[in-house]
Ligand binder design. Structure first.
Ligand SMILES: [Cu+2]
Length: 69
């Protein structure tokens, strides 16, 4: 198990509902996200033996936001 931390740039998040949507989408796949609305970023902590960055991107994009990095 290797815990990774990464920061994703996410566009389209504008309010508390967006914060909740993104953070709640990450939890069930086993990632922990912390959204900074002002900076349009999500700090993500995850175990890279269980989860890929691509799965994390997809979970965010499924909520209707764009990951731009
Ligand atoms: Cu919103």
């Amino acid at each position: 198990m290797t815990v990774q931390q990464t920061t994703l740039k996410v566009s389209g998040m504008s309010c508390g509902h967006c914060v909740k949507a993104v953070e709640d989408a990450l939890r069930p796949i086993g990632a922990q996200g912390k959204v900074s609305l002002e900076q349009g970023r999500v700090d993500v902590t995850y175990d890279d033996s269980r989860l890929s960055l691509q799965q994390i991107r997809e979970a965010i994009e499924e909520q209707g936001y764009d990951v731009t990095n």
